[in-house]
Write a protein that binds this ligand. Structure first.
Ligand code: PHE
Ligand code: ZN
Length: 854
């Protein structure tokens, strides 16, 4: 901790302190009189004291509210304003609480509560934003029905549930489903809708709408189809049907996160819903489809069954991420989705789990819950469910899920409730499995093998390094999917799930004619780091022969990493055998293009840094960058004669369709173009840029040119063409920084912060610039320290505008202890500078202190 920090440590909340609220909330009626700087909110809430309450203190959360009046059963009362809310003396029988408050949405740049985005009113209440709208028991275990009246002159005024009336200057809504306040939403503004409809399996017609700003109507069709597919999929796979007559989605330009599952009124960051071939890449399309599904799936996993408290966040998020991944695998390609997810897990969750911000999927304490919407809660939370499914089997999984929906519909639940349905459905004891929810850190699993007289033995040793607050870890249940190949490439044992439960454990396979080659952790059956002494030729063998597509890719990926690590550590030349293997694979037209594209995509530079760190080396970002450059250049030269043919063969002709097939081909084509651009002076890329009729190809051409420092004209043209499209402009900002050489990255980013279209108030734009800076590994970590300094300065400036986004982006520093002492000292100085900022937000204070104190 930094003694000089003028900010006292804020309050810490603990899971163990949970106490139910002492009152039932029977119903909530809200009336909004909208006005940009002085919106009035009137609430009428019926409370009934619980007979068995442990604690009957009447405390309502409230922040940044001006209380105008309060009444109980029609009689004015004096409430005591206390830290974070108010207290009041109340009757011991059911009573009607009424309050009138005034709020200032136009001044709300934190984008939490009621705020304005481009003249449009909108809300964001998860996790604790409702308390910025009115006084309320703002906790997820308090559920109630909401009736909402909106008064204002906006053409469109929406809230949750079904419309119950509207007239000149007003609209009324009623949501029949009891919900916690974090699912409340209101939107009002000049909006147009893209309509659709869906008939549920029991024959109910549901009206669907995507609401956007005038001008964006043409970017809704794909999202609408994704929504319908999601509704159908949830019926087919989970038997879950939608439960209102109306489902609205609204696109908002200023939004801290991706999207929000408010009941019947999902609110989306416009980048996560608006799509058109001209403005969105294949990756955008895939992501949009997944996020629409994710928010829709929350209707059951999150809304109908919610969380008892915020420590249980992964109950809804882990499960919903798991469900959206299943959906994407079904809609697109299962192995490709799995590979993408593992790449993302290693890029975002492993560093978190191995650094000062490590926390279990169910944390036991927090200062600011917004800091726990993390890769650990979301992605590791989903991995834990994947392991559970693998351990109990598919049939048992769906049996347990049915029981979950049957038993807990309408409730606010815990991880204990979740595991209990699995125990009851299967008779299995899950107490050891539960450690996945309470222990942080990525387990290391060391594998050794032995072969004698036809018997093959695999021995696994698991251990988890210490994480903040958890020096010791107990062995976990680890499902280890294993298959065996014979030396000639045939599979001699199909995939089998070995259950690791002890610190050290062996498994034997009998009757093998020769020593097999093991394929371990197939489909990445557990989020662990595998440590095994093996050879590059065995990796190449698996890359050629493994029947598990994930492990086939993994073998290639491991090989790629070994080659890079050798280049960085020993200054070795790129391994010739590996280059040959790559060449063979790229030229093999029998292979799935998406798979070829993935194998051809090098491990990221931060991934190499992470690997070096795991092996006890101090990563040198510049050397890692140089190795990457040398490798790619060598690969391009090796493929030189085949590149034009490959480019032509993988070019997708005809109208652009954002499906998995086309996306796979275009991904491969873009990889080839980037290699080609290293050799042909950018001729092909310039031609592609000039003729592209979709963003995927336009962007790929621009990226290839800019990486080769040949894209000045096209970058300018791109700006001219797209300057009025905020989402495309985000790409333009980010790409310049992503493509910059290490020594110019910070300067490029700095210059872009001075661009007239840069803004601190729009999180997408801020992230486009600062996220790209943090994401350019060698540039951010350049020895000058300029990258660290620029990020810190901008985070300090952003903190008073938008604490949530500031705090999340501070995590760019979380890997700081990996680097050499000079870089550590530079980063430490920046972190201390942030921490010493006057009136630093609670959000940022918590993040920076955690990073400094570990
Ligand atoms: N609950 C949202 C989701 O997972 C994420 C979110 C959290 C959005 C907090 C806004 C604020 O989809
Ligand atoms: Zn979610």
């Amino acid at each position: 901790m930094n003694d000089a920090a003028p900010n006292a440590a804020p309050q810490t909340f603990y899971l163990k302190d949970y106490k139910p609220f002492g009152y039932e909330v029977e119903s909530v009626k809200l009336t909004f009189q909208l006005s940009p700087n002085a919106t009035k909110v009137h609430s009428a809430i019926r409370f009934t004291p619980k007979a068995d309450a442990e604690d009957n203190r009447f405390f309502l959360h409230g922040e940044q509210l001006s209380l105008i009046s309060a009444k109980i059963d029609g009689t004015p009362v004096t409430a005591r304003l206390v830290e974070g809310g108010l207290e009041c003396d109340v009757p011991r029988t059911s009573f009607l609480w009424e309050a009138e408050v005034e709020i200032d949405p136009a001044a709300n740049t934190a984008l939490e509560g009621l705020y304005m985005s481009n003249g449009m009113y909108c809300t964001q209440c998860e996790a604790e934003g409702f308390r910025k709208i009115t006084y309320y028991p703002d906790r997820p275990d308090v559920m109630s029905t909401f009736t909402v009246r909106i008064e204002g002159d906006e053409p469109v005024m929406l809230s949750n549930g079904n419309p119950t009336g509207a007239g000149e200057g007003w609209a009324e809504w009623h949501d029949p489903w009891p919900k916690p306040a974090y699912l409340f939403a209101l939107v009002a503004g000049d909006l147009v809708n893209h309509p659709g409809s869906f008939t549920t399996k029991s024959g109910k017609d549901v009206e669907l709408n995507i609401w956007v700003r005038p001008g964006d109507e043409g970017k809704c069709a794909f999202g609408m189809e994704a929504l319908k597919k999601s509704m159908k999929w949830d019926e087919d796979v989970y038997g879950l049907e939608y439960d209102l007559d109306l489902f609205n989605i609204v696109a908002v330009d200023d939004f801290n996160m991706g999207a929000m599952e408010n009941k019947g009124l999902n609110i989306f960051n416009s980048s996560c819903v608006l799509a058109s071939p001209e403005t969105s890449t294949d990756a955008n399309f895939e992501r949009i489809e997944a996020i629409i599904a994710h928010e829709y799936f929350h209707n059951w996993t999150g809304n109908r069954i919610t969380c008892r408290d915020w420590f249980q966040l992964c109950l809804k998020e882990g499960l919903t991420v798991f469900r959206d991944a299943q959906f994407t695998a079904d809609m697109r390609s299962e192995p490709v989705k799995r590979i993408e997810d593992v790449i993302a897990l290693r890029a975002r969750q492993f560093p978190e789990d191995g650094g000062p911000l490590a926390h279990p999927p169910r944390p036991e304490e927090f200062q600011e819950i917004n800091n726990f919407y993390t890769a650990t809660v979301y992605e590791k939370g989903a991995e834990v469910i994947g392991m559970l499914k693998r351990l109990v089997g598919d049939d048992n999984y769906y049996k347990a899920l049915n029981l979950y929906f049957e038993r807990h519909d309408g409730q606010a639940c815990t991880i204990e409730d979740w595991l209990k349905v699995f125990e009851d459905a299967t008779g299995r004891d899950l107490s050891q499995f539960k450690l996945w929810y309470s222990q942080a850190g990525t387990p290391r699993v060391k594998v050794t093998e032995d072969y004698a007289d036809g018997t093959y033995t695999l021995t696994f040793e698991q251990s988890t390094p210490p994480t903040p607050g958890q020096p010791e870890k107990a062995p976990r249940v680890i499902p280890m999917a294993v298959g065996l190949l014979s030396p000639n490439g045939d599979e001699v044992r199909a995939t089998e799930v070995l259950e690791l439960t002890e610190a050290k454990q062996s498994f034997t396979f009998e009757g093998l004619a020769s020593k097999p080659v093991p394929s371990i952790l197939r489909e990445f059956s557990a989020p662990v780091i595998l440590e095994r002494e093996t050879t590059n030729s065995e990796r190449a063998f698996l890359l050629a022969h493994d029947t598990d597509p994930f492990n086939r890719w993994e073998a290639g990926n491991a090989l790629a990493k070994e080659v890079r690590v050798a280049m960085v550590l020993d200054g070795a030349a790129p391994d010739a055998a590996y280059l040959d293997a790559l060449e063979k694979l790229v030229r093999d037209d029998e292979q799935d293009p998406a798979f070829r594209a993935l194998v051809l995509s090098p491990p990221s530079q931060s991934d190499i840094a992470q690997t070096l760190h795991e092996r006890g080396h101090t990563p040198d970002p510049q050397k890692i960058y140089d190795a990457a450059e040398t490798f790619t250049q060598t690969l391009a030269q090796q493929l030189e004669t085949s590149l034009p043919r490959l480019y032509a063969a993988t070019t997708v002709e005809g109208p652009y369709v954002p499906d998995a097939d086309g996306a796979g081909k275009r991904a491969l084509n873009s990889r080839i173009l980037s290699l080609l651009t290293r050799l042909d002076g950018g001729e092909q890329a310039a031609r592609q840029y000039a003729s592209a009729d979709n963003m995927t190809q336009q962007y790929a051409a621009l990226a290839a040119l800019m990486k080769a420092e040949k894209g000045e004209t096209q970058s300018q043209a791109f700006f001219e063409q797209w300057q009025d499209d905020r989402l495309v402009m985000d790409k333009w900002f980010a790409l310049q920084i992503a493509c910059a050489a290490p020594e110019t990255t910070a300067a490029t980013a700095k210059e872009l912060t001075q661009h007239p279209l840069f803004s601190m108030k729009n999180p997408n734009r801020f992230r486009a610039v600062m996220g790209a800076l943090a994401g350019n590994h060698a540039g951010f970590h350049h020895a000058s320290g300029a990258g660290y300094q620029l990020l810190a300065e901008n985070l300090i400036a952003l903190d008073s505008v938008n604490p949530q986004t500031t705090a999340r982006m501070c995590a760019a520093f979380q890997t700081w202890k990996r680097y050499d002492s000079k870089r550590q000292a530079q980063i430490q100085a920046e972190l201390e500078r942030i921490l010493a900022t006057r009136d630093l937000s609670r959000d940022t204070h918590e993040m920076v202190s955690r990073m400094l104190s570990a």
